[in-house]
Design a protein around this ligand. Structure first.
Ligand SMILES: *[C@@H]1O[C@H](CO)[C@@H](O)[C@H](O)[C@H]1NC(C)=O
Ligand SMILES: *[C@@H]1O[C@H](CO)[C@@H](O)[C@H](O)[C@H]1NC(C)=O
Ligand SMILES: *[C@@H]1O[C@H](CO)[C@@H](O)[C@H](O)[C@H]1NC(C)=O
Ligand SMILES: *[C@@H]1O[C@H](CO)[C@@H](O)[C@H](O)[C@H]1NC(C)=O
Ligand SMILES: *[C@@H]1O[C@H](CO)[C@@H](O)[C@H](O)[C@H]1NC(C)=O
Ligand SMILES: *[C@@H]1O[C@H](CO)[C@@H](O)[C@H](O)[C@H]1NC(C)=O
Ligand SMILES: *[C@@H]1O[C@H](CO)[C@@H](O)[C@H](O)[C@H]1NC(C)=O
Ligand SMILES: [Zn+2]
Length: 353
């Protein structure tokens, strides 16, 4: 009771802190924007914490451990086939992912993608969903996949389990409030995840989704010597690289900045010319259900020149809803044993992935 009271007080305080004009946008009560949300017992109880692999809560800017006991991506780019979505498995499939929106720049990306009838995946920040729910709804209605990218965009491995759960669940619920669908995919900010984060995400019914090809486009916001032409040059190089032809790929870009959003109309033609089919990540791994609800997303158009009008997501009423993982169709062999990596220093870069 005491806890409930103090939590209620906290939320009452938040209502005062958050500007009224923004409150009116997304129904519900939400934590302060762009800060790690408070633990919420209603969310915490969704996870059996005794089952989580016991990776330590990392210190910000800590050096990497000498052994990679918990498959910690930031230090080793370690991934696990049993849980992680890393690349599109099939040749000539391309999962184009855009992170950190929705922003005002997302709109121009959506305009362009509509003209091409192309669907992509947006991993969105809960705080930005709160600010721009209408832009998210437009993206969803156009048939793009929406995934969770945390509430405050902090490094998840530096947060307690209760706060990690809140980061994911407030974002999930903000997305649900905006689009009336509950995403089943998450991406850790900066790719900062380990086995504890994998287990929390999995128990919450969210598949951790990383990438295999990174444009580093975010650097354009911080490094004046970053040449925006490098982004397209990277795509041109990737589609010509014979070592990359055996599988499809998942690339990373951002709709957080005007100049990075503006690259989408430049890189899409490079992929099309190379005969790649751009699809949401869920589709490239053959999962017709990117949401808990039975929402079937429109299938990607294989022929690059086809201009069919974009179907909106429909509800598959033949499906009986069950647990969030009911429709998971991917099942890869779990990795056995632990992968060891040499010590890597300075593992906490300032990358805005
Ligand atoms: C938890 O759920 C209960 C019942 O729905 C609700 O009254 C309470 O406000 C919730 N607590 C928080 C912190 O959201
Ligand atoms: C949590 O997991 C532990 C270990 O598997 C199990 O013994 C326990 O019953 C679980 N608790 C709940 C509430 O499911
Ligand atoms: C971590 O390192 C960054 C970059 O060097 C620095 O700006 C920041 O203050 C550091 N944070 C902490 C908590 O040490
Ligand atoms: C790809 O991008 C990186 C920066 O992320 C840049 O250093 C590199 O030169 C680019 N590749 C090409 C072929 O331009
Ligand atoms: C965004 O970039 C486009 C094209 O580069 C430019 O025309 C436009 O003025 C920019 N908008 C803002 C708000 O900076
Ligand atoms: C793409 O497919 C077309 C038609 O099948 C073919 O002519 C062309 O050579 C392909 N391009 C590449 C880069 O593979
Ligand atoms: C994970 O999957 C990749 C690609 O399918 C495969 O090459 C690799 O051997 C797998 N790794 C493990 C440890 O099973
Ligand atoms: Zn990000």
């Amino acid at each position: 009771m005491k806890l409930i009271n103090s939590i209620s007080f906290l939320f009452a305080a938040l209502l005062i802190l958050v500007p009224n004009s923004i409150i009116a946008v997304l129904p519900g009560t939400w934590p302060p924007l762009n800060a790690p949300p408070p633990a919420n017992a209603n969310y915490t109880k969704l996870v059996n914490t005794t089952k989580l692999r016991n990776a330590p809560v990392n210190k910000v800017n800590a050096t990497c451990p000498t052994t990679d006991q918990y498959c910690y991506w930031t230090c080793s780019t370690c991934t696990r086939n049993d849980t992680d979505i890393i690349r599109c498995p099939n040749k000539l499939d391309w999962g184009l992912t855009l992170d950190d929106g929705p922003t005002s720049f997302t709109t121009s990306v959506l305009d362009y993608l509509d003209t091409q009838n192309i669907k992509v995946t947006f991993f969105v920040i809960g705080s930005n969903v709160y600010t721009n729910p209408d832009i998210l709804l437009r993206a969803y209605k156009a048939g793009h996949q929406i995934g969770v990218h945390t509430w405050s965009h902090n490094q998840l491995t530096t947060q307690t389990t209760e706060v990690v759960i809140a980061e994911l669940m407030y974002t999930r619920d903000a997305i649900k409030a905006a689009i009336n669908a509950t995403p089943k995919y998450m991406r850790p900010p900066y790719g900062d995840y380990d086995d504890r984060i994998r287990d929390i995400s999995t128990q919450l019914g969210m598949k951790p989704t990383i990438w295999d090809l990174d444009t580093n486009d975010w650097m354009s916001a911080e490094d004046p010597t970053f040449n925006l032409n490098w982004i397209a040059a990277n795509f041109t190089q990737w589609v010509a690289d014979p070592t990359l032809t055996a599988t499809g790929h998942i690339s990373l870009e951002h709709d957080l900045y005007n100049q990075t959003a503006a690259q989408i109309p430049i890189v899409v033609p490079i992929l099309k010319k190379a005969n790649y089919t751009i699809k949401p990540v869920s589709q490239c791994i053959n999962d017709p259900y990117p949401y808990v609800e039975s929402v079937v997303t429109p299938t990607a158009v294989a022929t690059p020149t086809t201009r069919a009008s974009a179907p909106t997501p429909t509800t598959d009423t033949s499906q009986i809803r069950g647990s969030p993982t009911q429709h998971a169709v991917t099942s890869t062999t779990p990795t056995s044993g632990i992968i060891f990596f040499p010590d890597v220093n300075g593992c906490f870069g300032k990358a805005i992935n």
